[in-house]
Write a new protein. Sequence first.
Length: 138
Amino acid sequence: MKSLKIIVVFIIAVAVFTCCNTTPTRPDNAMDTGRMFIRASLDGDFKTAEMLLLKDTLNMQYFQSYKQFYNKLAADKKENYKNASYEINSYKDINDSSSLINYSNSYMNKPLDIRVQKINNTWLVDFKYTYGGNQPVN
C-alpha cells in the first residue's frame, strides 16, 4: 500500500511538472519567430516576446516603452488585443539572415513591419526596425 502511494505521488508530481512547464519552444525560422512575437505582443506575454527579441540597448528601450504603453491600457483594450487575430500581409527574405514580415491585427487594422534577423543561428526580432522610424506614423 505504501509503494502504491509513492507511485501515485510520483505520477502526480510528474504531471504537475510537465503541465506547468510553460517555457515556449524557440522557433527555428523567421516566419515562426515573427508569428510567435506578434501573438505574444498582442497577448501581453512579455516574457515570451522578450525571449524572441534581439537584445541591444535600443531594442530594449523600445520594448520597455511598449510594455509601459500596454500596461497602461484599459482592461477592455487589452482584452481586444488578446482577442485580435493577425494576418501576415507579406513576407520577404532580405537575405539568408534577415526577413521582413508585414502584418496587421484585427483590432487596430494597421499594417506594421517587423524585421527578423538570424544572429548566431537564432532568429530574433529587431524591434527597433518597427518602432525606430521605419514605419509611417498615422
